[in-house]
Design a protein around this ligand. Structure first.
Ligand code: BGC
Ligand code: NOJ
Length: 812
């Protein structure tokens, strides 16, 4: 069952029924100001940091689940009927409801009581405000006397404190109202020099700034007393719960339209220019007023919206594909790329499954997210790599997380996730392949942000490699530390105290448990750094690194092979994990994908055998599960992985992040059909027809889909902020379609699924636009390349000065 449809032309998903299985959300904002918005206008906004600069409140775990947002109420002042044009919070049955989630905007519209209402919500590029552009039309035969109420509930900035520290917070709320603008200035009297504002293009019939005055005692958002009665109280009090409500009245003749613009924004004043007149406690509005005036102008709003569309034309224009499969096209051309940008912006901080107060930016997460957006915003990728490297520890290890506002490592989580530093090498290599910006390697950046410790990025990468060499276990495989990519495989934790953090507790010294996943990542990273140093003319170092990669590959073949597939790890007692000798967790997905990607056991055909085992033991119609059989009970020596009921999360769900590794592995072995098949099984657009089962948004990947051992097989969770976005983008574009940036040019190695006759791609790369056509001429994977009509040897197209390059690839 579907709840809407894709409008690919407009790059939108159109939801036609408000009660989707879960709130289906979108993101507003690209740089400093962000908002989450659901299909019924739920959600919240913040400046830069979802915890520390939260503009509006949102209650996770609420009932009903998605309440609190950017609400409007309309009221017929003759008969008292009132409703919300976005369905929530009044939930009146609407005619022609639709929510169009697009690139950085959401348009929600409906008809009720003869009134058509359309609201376009978006953040103009480079501004710290959001616009709600409302158009009303009287489609009835009568003249209507209407009230409209807007509504936001302000958060007192620190979202965690706001939800917990009531003895203080119920006394500190402060606001100002001037004209049609409501200013929220809690703590502005003391150390804050920022405030929020909620402006409106119309003169006010009234306003509210206090939640209780608006709702009335013991009432909820579905029937505020002020809306029900049609009379505002013009509340302006200190303390309690500040809200912003504009009350507008107007008369609309039949057929008449009315546009109203609301702005919700964040603004900072210089510390010694906070008040006007000086010495007063009144906000100095000199610098904010011009911004407000500018965006209350409908023409400016239109221009800003066009500019936003233009930004997305640019970003998405870097790669556009045209294949026989609409699910491939719309994900690659629109939604997957979009999700990569959102994930880059927010890491794992704020979604409907991440509260925005939980954690900082993950070191490995951010490095992997990079893989999905370097081609769109290389400058921001560059900065992100340098920021990440600046948090690296001197021993080459990494803080597991860092805080976006301070850009410092998060002490409370610490380090010793022994895979972390390797991801930095892999992301830096991907950046170099896209941009050829070799100078980045010379950038000098500190360790742990400590001035005086600066070393070149190249040195940082060397230390990442050295860190693993310094932490080798009894079989010669890397020690796992707290965990590797799989945060929940905690082989040194041995936690038996309820509630203790699996992330930060370590009860064993960690000198035995080893990870085959880190061995594979090390092999890949050492090979990349070998390639990099080779190009820098450092022959000896390059050879040493490739020797290390070969050595680790050999050790993995020797101690990391279980006969039918790659082992996952050795535990604290030196016993294998992910082996046929285990009762549960006999086979894990990660090493099968990553070892093949590292080339380990490919010529010995171990990789091929491992991928067959994946197909046999782990693949389902809803994707490939992380392990089998699941752990049925808690295992002290395995940790969090066994804390989940079978079929959920790391305990044998389809943990989508890992699936593209298998797609890539299959593509590397030339199995285009199987690679595409696996891709489609978790492709959200492909799964749209089963939205009632899948439940999450059909336009973005979710972190997990419940596995076959759960009671919810096929149900997705944790949509949006997941490494799945970047890796799937890499798998489909670089490995299945085979358009792959390489150090010395663009590599073309498509593996065409059997039923495809061909496809075409436009790819911008290092200043040239490549028009690529791929055609099948027979069975098999043999490739022939013609560049601008001339045959070329091999599969690499060297970089050129030409603006346009025509490439024809034939396969067969
Ligand atoms: C989740 C992991 C996550 C970890 C760190 C665990 O509870 O299952 O997916 O990586 O927490 O936040
Ligand atoms: C989600 C985390 O953000 C990521 O770092 C980790 O690799 C996966 N979960 C697997 O545990």
């Amino acid at each position: 069952m579907r709840y809407g449809y894709f409008d690919d032309q407009n790059r939108e998903y159109v939801i036609t029924q408000p009660d989707t299985p879960l709130p289906w959300i979108n993101y507003l904002g690209m740089a400093d100001y962000f908002g989450l918005i659901s299909n019924t206008a739920g959600g919240y906004s913040f400046f830069q940091d979802a915890r520390l600069r939260r503009l509006t409140r949102y209650r996770y775990n609420n009932v009903p689940s998605d309440i609190g947002g950017r609400y409007l109420y309309l009221r017929d002042d003759k008969d008292g009927t009132f409703w919300s044009p976005t369905w929530m919070p009044t939930r009146h049955p609407l005619e022609d409801y639709s929510c169009r989630h697009g690139m950085g905007y959401s348009r929600i519209g409906s008809t009720f009581h003869g009134i058509r209402a359309d609201i376009n919500y978006f953040v103009p590029p480079n501004e710290t405000l959001e616009i709600w552009d409302l158009t009303l039309e009287n489609q009835s035969e009568e003249t209507l006397t209407l009230s409209a109420f807007s509504c936001v509930e302000f958060c007192l900035w620190d979202a965690l404190d706001d939800a917990t520290n009531f003895q203080r917070n119920l006394s500190i709320g402060e606001l100002e109202v001037e004209g049609s603008v409501i200013y929220h200035k809690t703590e502005y009297r003391e150390r804050r020099n920022h405030f929020a504002y909620f402006a409106c293009s119309e003169p006010l019939a009234g306003y509210e700034t206090q939640r209780e005055s608006f709702l009335g005692p013991y009432r909820g958002w579905e029937s505020p007393q002020v809306v029900e009665s049609g009379h505002s109280t013009n509340s302006l009090k200190t303390g309690w719960s500040p809200v912003g409500v504009h009350h507008l009245r107007f008369i609309l003749a039949p057929g008449e339209k009315k546009q109203v613009i609301f702005l919700l924004g964040y603004h900072e004043n210089l510390p010694d220019e906070k008040f006007s007149p000086r010495g007063s406690q009144t906000i100095n509005k000199r610098t904010v007023e011009p911004v407000i005036q500018a965006y209350l102008d409908p023409q400016r709003v239109d221009e800003a919206f066009q500019a936003l569309l233009g930004v997305w034309d640019e970003l998405l224009g870097v790669i556009q594909v045209h294949t026989p499969d609409e699910h491939v096209d719309r994900m690659v051309n629109i939604w997957n790329a979009y999700q990569c940008m959102v994930t880059f912006n927010l890491s794992r901080s704020a979604s409907y499954f991440e509260s925005g107060i939980g954690r900082g930016m993950g070191f490995r997460d951010s490095n992997q997210d990079l893989l999905g957006f370097i081609h769109m915003v290389p400058d921001r990728a560059r900065q992100r790599i340098l920021d990440l490297a600046s948090t690296q520890l001197e021993n080459g290890g990494a803080f597991h997380q860092y805080q976006p506002l301070t850009k410092r490592g998060n002490d409370s989580i610490g380090s010793n996730f022994n895979d972390d530093p390797l991801w930095l090498v892999l992301s830096a290599a991907a950046y170099l392949k896209e941009t050829a910006d070799w100078d980045i390697l010379k950038e000098r950046i500190p360790f742990e942000n400590k001035p005086g410790t600066e070393a070149s990025l190249l040195d940082h990468l060397r230390r990442s490699i050295q860190y693993v060499i310094d932490n080798i276990g009894p079989h010669g495989l890397p020690l796992i530390g707290r965990a590797d990519w799989n945060d929940c495989l905690n082989l040194n934790t041995f936690s038996h105290n309820p509630g203790e953090s699996f992330q930060t507790t370590t009860n064993r010294d960690g000198k035995v448990a080893e990870s085959v996943v880190i061995a594979a990542l090390f092999t890949m990273a050492a090979m990349e750094l070998s390639q990099i140093t080779h190009r820098l003319g450092m022959r000896e170092e390059s050879e040493r690194l490739s020797g290390l990669a070969d050595g680790m590959a050999a050790t993995t073949r020797r101690y990391g092979w279980d006969g039918g597939w790659f082992l996952r790890a050795y535990d604290h007692f030196g016993q294998p994990v992910g082996s046929k000798s285990c009762e549960e967790g006999k086979i894990y997905i990660e090493p099968q994908g990553l070892c093949t990607m590292a080339g380990i056991g490919v010529s010995e055909r171990l990789a091929e055998t491992a991928l067959k085992a994946v197909e046999r033991h782990l693949a389902t119609e809803h994707g490939i599960m992380l392990l089998q059989p699941p752990y049925q009970s808690y295992h002290l020596h395995l940790g969090e992985i066994s804390s989940y009921p079978p079929g959920f999360k790391e305990n044998a769900s389809v943990f989508c992040h890992t699936n593209p590794w298998i797609m890539i592995a299959e593509a590397m072995l030339g199995a285009g059909d199987r690679a595409l098949d696996y891709y489609l099984r978790i492709n959200p657009s492909y799964r749209e027809i089963m939205s009632d089962l899948h439940r999450c948004e059909p336009y973005v990947y979710a972190q997990m889909i419940a596995g076959k051992d759960s009671d919810a097989f096929g149900e997705a969770k944790n949509a949006w902020l997941t490494g799945t976005a970047a890796w799937n983008f890499v798998a489909i574009t670089q490995w299945i379609l085979g358009i792959r940036p390489d150090f010395d040019g663009l590599r073309l190695e498509p593996v065409l699924p059997d039923k495809w006759e061909g496809f075409s791609v436009v790819r911008k790369f290092r200043g040239s636009t490549y028009h690529i056509t791929v055609r099948r001429k027979g069975r098999g994977n043999e490739l022939t390349l013609m560049v601008n009509g001339q045959p070329v040897e091999g599969t690499l197209i060297p970089v050129t000065e030409a603006e346009q390059v025509d490439v024809e690839v034939t396969i067969g």
